[in-house]
Design a protein around this ligand. Structure first.
Ligand code: AMP
Length: 143
């Protein structure tokens, strides 16, 4: 059962409102994508609908079409930008699953044969690395 509470002061809501900075790589009417600041691998990107929901469990199903269309775009872009062998897509719902930020989002992580993911919400990446990686992804997206 989804927890019905949505806190409009969660960190992604603040990013969406432009109240705190992010390394954005994509934006349209419904969706924003930006770099994860504690990447599980180089190029780890978050795809976030602008519509407010705590996670997938309380989301309006109408959001999933536009959301996953952008997930696919970003997955193709990060695969090319980083010369990856594959792409992992992750999405967590509620604390028991590992969710730490309570605004629906999808993780897009380039993968390389034989290289494991770093821990979830592990170590903060240097801003200059995030800037460089965001530039590479934007180049592939043409955004
Ligand atoms: P989840 O555990 O699925 O809720 O994932 C939240 C993700 O947000 C984690 O991978 C964090 O590294 C990431 N994160 C936390 N704060 C920020 C932030 N200010 N900007 C970008 N990513 C963030």
């Amino acid at each position: 059962m989804a927890d019905p509470t949505y806190d409009s002061n969660n960190i992604f809501a603040k990013i969406l409102r432009g109240e705190i900075p992010s390394h954005r790589v994509y934006e349209d009417d419904a969706i924003v994508a930006f770099m994860d600041v504690m990447p599980q691998g180089p190029g780890h990107t978050l795809v976030v609908p602008k519509a407010q929901s705590r996670n997938l469990l309380d989301a309006d199903p109408a959001v999933f079409g536009p959301l996953f269309a952008v997930v696919q775009k970003v997955a193709l872009a990060v695969k090319k930008a980083f010369g990856a062998d594959g792409v992992t897509i992750l999405q967590f719902n509620e604390p028991a699953s590992g969710q730490t930020v309570y605004h629906l989002h999808v993780h897009v992580i380039p993968r390389f044969q034989g290289i494991p993911l770093k821990p979830h919400s592990g170590q903060m990446e240097k801003p200059e690395v995030l800037t460089e990686n965001a530039d590479k992804i934007r180049t592939e997206l043409g955004s």
